[in-house]
Design a protein around this ligand. Structure first.
Ligand SMILES: [Zn+2]
Length: 428
């Protein structure tokens, strides 16, 4: 039954639900949103009294309000504290099989302090799997793939989609790299899926000759792929495109098409745009199919840069020029008592211009202090880095912060954020 759900959704996303133009897509979105609201009005106590024809009046949700209203939101009568203790238990024991009233429970790896709790049924998981595969399996070649999947925590889902025509091999990010390399030697991977920090490690091994894989498709997930890493991974593996998947617990939001452009998955989620600058927006998402835990007008903590371009692949869904990462990671400097917001992208760019840095992380401690972690702490690198930040502070007109340097160390399993603000900022 559940495998059929995956296959059904695979076929429908890949071949049936195709839209030749924007108008048809928007018509479909309207229909699906309304259908979802009707479902939630009936099954989610939180939405019991809504007017399904007045979408704009529905509250904007976020991780915090989702947690606060968990009991009323979910459609299975799940209790937050019970779900939470089960999720924490699974995380600790690394046994993700126990379910709560037949529903899988997980914690989202949020960095902003609020812990997110997510619940999905097997059916939803299968729908998700079908959609992901439909979007990601290469054109003209959908059978006999060997997928190497690097993830932070295990999930029985990947075993479930194992079949004679598709093999998923799961690599736990908390395990040491040597172990992964040994396993990859035995596994002729055709699709490599990993966070960019791991892709980069694998590329280094490949360059050294200790690894010799030739995946047909490389997919970057979970973290933001920066341009320098992208170039390096492309070069080492001889690829023209490194595919990106923008996926979070809240939904499967975007992925790269065969032309190398990142499209929002507007056939799967409805995305409202909250603009925060020219061409930059925070997505507010509504998932058409999530049935256990409604994702309706859910505001994410990300910033996307849109492109006005139409893509040659023919998909009318919006093209994203860049996923700029978590909104928390906008740095806040000051000038004459006023806040100056600096996008994470500008901070990484400062680092890109400094020679010989391979690994770095920039943390903002306060409006006038940042710490830079680099793999090469010598006077020349320090000087060059400070010069770049000075240039940026002049260009964007903020007071130059104090900068201190520390050695870069990797923590296995930790989500790598290259640009991270360590203090809360309340928007006026
Ligand atoms: Zn495209």
């Amino acid at each position: 039954m559940s495998k059929l759900t995956a296959i059904y959704n695979f076929v429908s996303v890949r071949w049936i639900r195709k839209f030749s133009d924007r108008e048809k897509l928007e018509k479909y979105q309207k229909k699906m949103v309304r259908k979802q609201l009707l479902y939630m009005k009936k099954h989610s106590p939180f939405y019991a009294n809504i007017d399904v024809d007045d979408f704009a009046s529905l509250p904007i949700m976020d991780k915090k309000s989702m947690m606060e209203n968990f009991d009323k939101l979910n459609t299975h009568g799940l209790n937050r504290d019970e779900a939470l203790s089960l999720a924490i238990e699974s995380e600790k024991s690394r046994d993700f099989t126990p379910k709560y009233k037949g529903i899988s429970v997980g914690l989202s790896s949020g960095t902003s302090g609020h812990r997110g709790l997510f619940v999905v049924s097997d059916k939803e998981t299968m729908q998700w799997a079908g959609a992901v595969l439909a979007k990601l399996l290469p054109k003209g070649h959908i059978l006999n793939h060997k997928v190497a999947f690097f993830l932070r925590a295990d999930n029985n889902l990947y075993e479930t989609i194992n079949s004679p025509v598709l093999t998923f091999e799961f690599f736990d990010l908390l395990k040491p790299m040597e172990e992964h390399i040994a396993r990859l030697k035995e596994f002729p991977v055709t699709i490599l899926v990993a966070p960019p920090s791991v892709l980069k490690e694998l590329a280094k091994e490949q360059e050294k000759g200790s690894l010799n894989i030739s995946p047909e498709k490389i997919i970057s997930v979970a973290e933001v792929l920066n341009e320098a890493d992208e170039r390096y991974i492309k070069k080492v593996f001889g690829k023209e495109i490194i595919h990106q998947v923008y996926q979070c617990t809240e939904g499967f939001l975007a992925c790269t098409c065969e032309c190398g452009k990142i499209h929002l998955n507007e056939d799967i989620v409805f995305i409202e745009k909250e603009y925060i600058g020219e061409n930059r927006f925070v997505p507010v998402i509504t998932d058409y199919r999530r049935s256990s835990q409604p994702i309706i007008r859910y505001r994410l903590n990300d910033v996307l840069r849109e492109s006005k371009e139409k893509c040659e692949c023919g998909n009318p869904s919006l093209v994203i020029e860049k996923i700029e990462g978590r909104e928390d990671d906008i740095f806040i400097f000051s000038k004459d008592g006023k806040d100056v917001c600096v996008f994470a992208d500008f901070i990484s760019r400062c680092m890109v211009y400094v020679d010989d840095i391979r690994e770095y992380r920039v943390e903002q401690i306060s409006r006038d202090e940042i710490i830079i972690y680099i793999d090469r702490v010598d006077d020349k690198t320090k000087e060059d880095t400070i010069k770049e930040f000075k240039r940026l502070s002049e260009k964007m007109n903020f007071d130059m912060p104090r900068i201190s340097f520390e050695a870069y160390v990797t923590t296995p399993g930790r989500k790598v954020k290259r640009v991270e603000r360590r203090f809360e900022y309340e928007k006026n």
